[in-house]
Ligand binder design. Structure first.
Ligand code: HEC
Ligand code: HEC
Ligand code: HEC
Ligand code: HEC
Ligand code: HEC
Ligand code: HEC
Length: 267
């Protein structure tokens, strides 16, 4: 069996619902044939096991492996909770939810000193447990220290636009420089830390729409993508899209306000 294989020979607890056509062994435990339809899989050498067979997984084939897991495991209990969704229908928040990131739930009525906020992890790595370091294009190359001139522009943008653009302890741009970690409205929107863009619900989230520029963009990248495809034997395609809805952003990227808080362009 492969090293990260699913556990076997356990009696299912109440959280597990075994479909009728999945057979338990005579002790009522899950065994090879509960999950695998292949005959004598236990005795078959690993390199002879046909993983592509429809009945490799009972009831298969499954479009995604996770669909097989959900035959027995409750889908809802394993869903990723959107921890940015902090307010209920009445606009109240549950202090427990704050403790995903904060050591103790802060009072949203109070304006905090950024140095005083006690987080579970340094702000520069707080998001990595659930998100990648590279969640989207240009996220990684932004996680650097801005030069003196840009730091000045950031400071004046913060004052002028009544917003915060907090850097990490080393003075680098980080996820929360551009993103607010909180649902809009948790902190009063008139306060710098509460100013943010949310033109749709968190459930709907960020969305994009097609744009005519995409054809030009694809043509421009064609040769490089072809090279990459030949090198790696995977095929790649890139599409240029426009932002349609924005959430969890301190300033709008759609109209460029976010970018202009740090960047200047020569005419
Ligand atoms: C609860 C379900 C379950 C049970 C019970 C189970 N398996 Fe599996 N098995 C899996 C899953 C899921 C995978 C695929 C893992 C993956 O793709 O990473 C797998 C993969 C395998 C593979 C292919 C490994 C590979 O790397 O190609 C073999 C061989 C295998 N199982 C043998 C067994 C044997 C032998 C038993 C009984 C001792 C058993 N399994 C019991 C779920 C199960
Ligand atoms: C045939 C039913 C069945 C299928 C299919 C199945 N499991 Fe399980 N799984 C169990 C049982 C039974 C346990 C033991 C724990 C229990 O009874 O609550 C378990 C336990 C686990 C555990 C450890 C305990 C936990 O709940 O965190 C993990 C992780 C897990 N399964 C992941 C998976 C994944 C991933 C898949 C799909 C690749 C999968 N299972 C498919 C029956 C199943
Ligand atoms: C996903 C992580 C995360 C969660 C969940 C979270 N926070 Fe925060 N919070 C942060 C980070 C990072 C900062 C520092 C940057 C900032 O101020 O936005 C912060 C700052 C704050 C501040 C200080 C704002 C200021 O004035 O500068 C308050 C107040 C606050 N959080 C309240 C809460 C409350 C109340 C909850 C629960 C309902 C909560 N937070 C949940 C990550 C989180
Ligand atoms: C405990 C896990 C967890 C942590 C920690 C976390 N997030 Fe999230 N985040 C989620 C989930 C779940 C979603 C909902 C969308 C999804 O499933 O990918 C989400 C959504 C988002 C979105 C919106 C994406 C969309 O498609 O609408 C942004 C932006 C975001 N997170 C930024 C952050 C930032 C910045 C931090 C660190 C301060 C952070 N997150 C920390 C779990 C987490
Ligand atoms: C320079 C600003 C900037 C930085 C730094 C940044 N982002 Fe983003 N991020 C954006 C913009 C702009 C969007 C798209 C619009 C939106 O979020 O509404 C976005 C979108 C996202 C999305 C949703 C992607 C999608 O397509 O669904 C997630 C998740 C996210 N960011 C997480 C992070 C995390 C985690 C970090 C830190 C590793 C990070 N971002 C750093 C500006 C930034
Ligand atoms: C908080 C400040 C800040 C914000 C907001 C910001 N940037 Fe940046 N950006 C930087 C820093 C710092 C660098 C790296 C140093 C440099 O190249 O000047 C950078 C670099 C870049 C680069 C060059 C990347 C490379 O690989 O050389 C581009 C392109 C860029 N930003 C576009 C954007 C866009 C588009 C937005 C708005 C969605 C944006 N930036 C928002 C601070 C910011």
């Amino acid at each position: 069996m492969p090293p990260m294989h699913h556990l076997v020979e356990v009696k299912p607890s109440e959280q597990i619902s075994i479909p009728d056509e999945f057979e338990l062994d005579d002790r009522g435990q899950i065994s090879c044939k509960t999950c695998h339809g292949l005959k004598d899989i236990k005795k078959t050498p690993l390199d002879k096991v046909d993983r592509k067979a429809d009945n490799f997984f009972n009831g298969g084939p499954y479009p995604r492996l996770i669909d097989f897991c959900h035959r027995c495991h409750d889908k809802k209990a394993y869903a990723r909770p959107n921890i940015h969704q902090l307010l209920d229908d009445k606009g109240e928040h549950d202090k427990k939810a704050c403790e995903y990131c904060h050591l103790e739930a802060p009072d949203p009525e109070k304006t905090a000193d950024q140095q005083e906020i006690k987080l579970r992890l340094p702000v520069g790595i707080l998001c990595y447990g659930c998100h990648l370091k590279t969640p989207h294009l240009n996220a990684l190359n932004h996680q650097v220290k801005p030069d003196e001139e840009m730091v000045k522009l950031i400071k004046s943008s913060e004052e002028e636009l009544v917003v915060i653009l907090p850097l990490d302890k080393e003075g680098r741009v980080t996820c929360v420089t551009c993103h607010s970690p909180h649902q809009a409205g948790l902190i009063d929107q008139a306060k710098p830390a509460g100013r943010q863009i949310e033109d749709t619900t968190l459930k709907e989230g960020v969305s994009y729409q097609p744009h005519p520029w995409s054809a030009v963009f694809a043509e421009d990248k064609k040769d490089r993508l072809k090279e990459l495809t030949e090198e790696s034997s995977h095929s790649f395609s890139l599409e240029y899209q426009r932002l349609k809805t924005e959430v969890l952003l301190r300033l709008s990227a759609k109209d460029g306000a976010l970018c202009l808080a740090c960047h200047t362009f020569k005419d």
